[in-house]
Design a protein around this ligand. Structure first.
Ligand SMILES: Nc1ncnc2c1ncn2[C@@H]1O[C@H](COP(=O)(O)OP(=O)(O)OP(=O)(O)O)[C@@H](O)[C@H]1O
Ligand SMILES: [Mg+2]
Length: 268
């Protein structure tokens, strides 16, 4: 699905003048591509994915979600064709792995045998074969992350919205999950919006990186990541990767400093 946003503005109510989180953002997120949103804390990344996911309504601006393979079909409502994966995983600790993964299908009234069969396929895809009947509370952080990914994928929506899904993982598990996501993305080719603070993560997994400014969030620059796929962690050592890293670091550095200054002023 293509996602086009035009002049999106979001002003949050803070009981005073309002917080301008997004300041007229326009972009075309192309179907089947993975776009990373990178920007300093508070620049509106989560706000943007929540609006695209239909969880929040923008103050003003347009959002159009259409299927490029079916141009005459009516545009989808925000949230209708997407699934959100949060940093806070929201797994049910009292349920076993398979019932967590199959939860959405259960809510849709899909029969147990059918939903278990699909959940097992996806658990194998995310490398959790034979963990179906463990309780989520028995799993490591990385394993829980895989369960959350399988639970999102089972809904089979064409748009996946991921808000810092790997931020809480340790460095090695994060590398494995980045490779896993890359592999799954290359197979399934969904439209993915992926929020991150990590420049290396954005380059490794993304087709493009949207660099945002400090609040109020605008698009500072869009960097195409034309590195060949399939991608693995070895890419990090290539000169192309290094060049992209330096370019993005240069773009983001000033924005992070500005965001820190804003924070200092807010508490002064
Ligand atoms: N529900 C809300 N009500 C009021 N203000 C909000 C709300 N959500 C976000 N904000 C404010 O909007 C601004 C942007 O927040 P947002 O969470 O989108 O930033 P972010 O880029 O995701 O930051 P981080 O990298 O820290 O997650 C911040 O100033 C935040 O305090
Ligand atoms: Mg956020």
């Amino acid at each position: 699905m293509d996602i086009v946003i035009e002049k999106l503005v979001q002003v949050w109510d803070d009981g005073r003048d309002g917080v301008r989180a997004l300041d007229g953002i326009s972009h075309h997120f192309r179907s089947g591509r993975l776009t990373c949103l990178l920007g300093p804390s508070g620049c509106g990344k989560s706000t943007l994915v929540q609006i695209v996911g239909g969880i929040e309504q923008a103050t003003s601006g347009l959002i159009r979600i259409t299927d490029p393979n079916n141009p005459t079909a009516p545009a989808a409502r925000a949230g209708e064709r997407s699934i959100m994966m949060w940093q806070n995983l929201n797994l049910f600790p009292w349920r076993n792995v398979i019932d967590n993964v199959a939860f959405g299908l259960e809510m849709d009234g899909v029969a147990r045998q059918q939903r278990y069969s699909r959940a097992k396929e996806l658990l194998a895809t995310v490398g959790l074969k034979n963990f179906e009947y463990k309780m989520c509370s028995q799993l490591s952080g990385g394993m829980r992350q895989r369960v959350a990914l399988a639970r999102a994928l089972i809904m089979d929506q064409p748009i996946l919205l991921m808000d810092e899904p790997f931020a809480a993982l340790d460095a090695q598990t994060k590398i494995i999950m980045q490779e896993e996501l890359t592999r799954i993305f290359e197979k399934m080719r969904k439209t993915i919006l992926f929020v991150t603070h990590a420049i290396d993560e954005a380059i490794l997994i993304g087709d493009e990186v949207v660099v945002m400014t400090a609040r109020p969030g605008r698009i500072k620059e869009i960097i195409a990541i034309d590195l060949p796929r399939p991608r693995t962690q070895e890419l990090v050592n290539s000169p192309e990767f290094g060049r992209l890293y330096d370019r993005i670091l240069h773009l983001i550095r000033q924005e992070v400093l500005d965001a820190m200054r804003q924070q200092d002023e807010a508490v002064a």
